[in-house]
Design a protein around this ligand. Sequence first.
Ligand code: THU
Length: 134
Amino acid sequence: MKLTNEEKQALIDLANEARRRAYVPYSKYPVGAALRTKTGRMYTGANIENAAYPQTMCAERVAIFKAVSEGETEFEVIAVVTNNGGSPCGGCRQVMAEFGLDTVVLIADGNGTLQKELTVAVLLPEAFTPDHLL
Ligand code: THU
């Protein structure tokens, strides 16, 4: 799968828009995510914090769980936007790995500028995957 610059930018812009809906009264670090499934559907997510801090959910997982709960489990690409181009956390990498190591991850900053493009396999080497349970 070869993504055009326009396709990448469209996903980054969608993630940046979702970021505006982040609920982050504690960290004040809004994160937005947008993923495109292999069937071409788009799902967005934003981080949602909680007064009981560990109940917080990351933007990436919100987007992925929305997709999976709609019956979509094959992802082409996920864009993640933060103010400073922050990288997905370990938990989100593991959840991404569940659905494919080849998914492309676009990391962008708050201006919508692509900072890094890599795959889940690169983000989470030696991943524990569903294959290990077969
Ligand atoms: N966060 C995400 O949404 N995704 C990540 O991959 C890293 C961290 C959120 C969780 C919390 O609301 C805030 O960023 C600061 O950790």
